[in-house]
Design a protein around this ligand. Structure first.
Ligand code: CA
Ligand code: CA
Ligand code: CA
Length: 354
């Protein structure tokens, strides 16, 4: 992923229980502050943590500011689908933001309870032994004598741990059950750190996202957000975006809201509004977006491959910062159990400020 000074990459999706390599560059000399970064999970009853590992299916190639990898059936257990989405933007000549988001969907017919973990090894300015971290259980600020400051935020995390490489990573890649022990900053040395969200339960078909934000030499006071939630009529149709809703006072930006794996050549609608709905029944379907005005409900026809796209234009207006919009797709399907149509899960998008 590249935008101006920002150049970010993760290596090949791990084939075994390991962390992916990670490049994090934000300045003119292209100093690489990253070493490894990845997501791990543990389902209730498991006796160890597991990396999201390959083969990754259905992912799109990295392009511009976005990369994603899809795990259609995590570890072939028939229990979870996972999607990793990363987005970047430049915030100045030597600063920028990376968001790393994982979205889990419960593929099974019973509730699934999982712990998830986000692991990161930073080597600020490309040197590993001289880093220092401050912060707390949801935020690590890592720096070194160069003055480069990288803030890692994990909103809503329950536990955290920092330590010298490879102690924290080994907790996640070994064959025993571990919870992070809340060894928090201050820390100095070869920084590695992780965050843990504990015992999150997904109902059958339910989808939810967790995000970690990296802010490199920027306050990043209002970071754009994307979050999946709700459940669809089936696991097949998916709503997604490959852009962050970013309000930029110098440029018009766009955000695409996509539908895939829907019925081909079918009438579809996209319901968008500023408030969510708690899954309310409506015409034998289920609404995750408030249907009351003001709302937007564009209608079109899906492509021959069952795709659709609606592009929102984000004008250069500071007043949009912090503005949430919720989205859900619907399409007609005469063979649907309700005789009407199908619906997707929903996504929340919140406009952030450059
Ligand atoms: Ca360093
Ligand atoms: Ca372990
Ligand atoms: Ca390190």
């Amino acid at each position: 992923m590249t935008e101006a000074n920002m150049v970010v990459a993760t290596g090949t999706v791990p084939g075994s229980n390991a962390a992916a390599t990670f490049d994090l560059r934000a300045d003119a000399i292209a100093a690489d502050h990253g070493f490894q970064h990845w997501w791990f999970y543990r389902l209730a009853g498991d006796t160890q943590e597991f990396a999201l590992k390959g083969p990754a299916t259905g992912g799109v190639p990295p392009h511009l500011t976005h990369a994603d990898r899809d795990f259609a059936d995590v570890d072939a257990r028939g229990l979870l689908r996972a999607n990793v989405d990363m987005d970047i933007y430049s915030a100045g000549p030597a600063s920028g933001v990376l968001t790393s988001r994982v979205t889990f969907t419960n593929l099974s017919a019973v509730p699934q309870t999982l712990d998830l973990f986000c692991y990161t090894d930073l080597d600020v300015a490309g040197t590993s032994g001289n880093d220092a971290a401050t912060g707390n259980g949801q935020q690590h600020v890592v720096t070194d004598l160069t003055g480069v400051r990288i803030e890692i935020r994990a909103a809503g995390a329950d536990r955290s741990q920092v330590g010298t490489y490879p102690t924290v990573r080994d907790l996640l890649t070994d064959a025993v059950l571990d919870d992070l022990d809340n060894t928090l900053p201050p820390f100095s040395g070869d920084y590695t750190g992780a965050f843990q969200w504990q015992a999150r339960t997904l109902q059958p078909g339910e989808q939810r996202s967790w995000t970690v934000v990296f802010a490199i030499d920027t306050a990043a006071n209002r970071v754009p957000e994307v979050e999946h939630y709700g459940s669809g009529s089936s696991l097949q149709p998916e709503i997604f975006t490959d852009t962050l809703p970013l309000q930029d006072n110098a440029n018009v930006r766009q955000m695409g809201i996509y539908l895939k794996n829907a019925l081909p050549n079918a009438p579809f609608g996209l319901l968008s509004n500023t408030t969510a709905a708690p899954g309310i029944p409506f015409l034998n379907m289920v609404l995750w977006v408030d249907p009351n005005p003001p709302m937007q409900f564009p209608i079109g026809t899906t492509t021959a491959t069952g795709d659709a796209l609606f592009v929102f234009v984000i004008p250069p207006s500071p007043y949009l910062t912090g503005f949430p919009i919720y989205h859900q797709y619907f399409y007609a399907d005469n063979s649907a159990a309700n005789g009407v149509g199908q619906w997707t899960t929903a996504i929340m998008t919140k406009v952030g400020r450059l």
